[in-house]
Design a protein around this ligand. Sequence first.
Ligand code: GRF
Length: 225
Amino acid sequence: MTATPRTVVLVSGDGSNLQAIIDQTRTSALPIQLTGVVSDRPGVRALQRAQAAGLAAVTVDFSAAGTRQAFAAQIADTLQQMNAELVVLAGFMRILPDDLVQRYQGRMLNVHPSLLPRYPGLHTYSRALAAGDAVHGTTVHFVIPELDAGPAILQYRVPIRPGDTVDTLRHRVQIGEHLIYPKAIAWLATGRIALKGTKVWMDDAPLAHPVVIDEVGPEVQACRR
Ligand code: GRF
């Protein structure tokens, strides 16, 4: 991997995580070179964010591709053309085929809005609320062929408060995503973390559990100011 690895971000929607990543690349905190943004849907806000940042923004339209295989082949070609060393899934709502995931094993990350291994898949906020959980959160993990099952690197934990709804919880969890995702990407880019077999290594030792950051409540934030 080069000193500032060429990184491609795959998106499907709003792109708030993409924006957080773009913003951090403008500081020394995230030493990567963003070489492109690829969306499976035309016209999404993430593409506008990419264009506004002067990045190559490409749509590989899933609906126009015809078949899953054709779509995956186009994504693979695009990643190759963009010379991707790292692949970052940021709200990308498609499942990639195993061979493509394996090609980027240890170099492909995802952020999933739950404290994995709880709630892989969709509707994580409503599932956590329905279960009466005391905490929810989000996880950055390496991508492996099994969905949302890759080794976890970094988690952000948010207490569920009385009166929380899907929207209030999502809002607070996404604040955390925007903090932890660029941080985890930086760890990978600088070699602080690596995937060895099925384990995450950090600073040359296996990580027994993901690193956890807890939401800091408004009271504590006010005291710190
Ligand atoms: C994020 O909350 C992420 O957890 C999930 O999809 C959402 C995408 O949001 N995978 P955005 O497009 O980055 O705003």
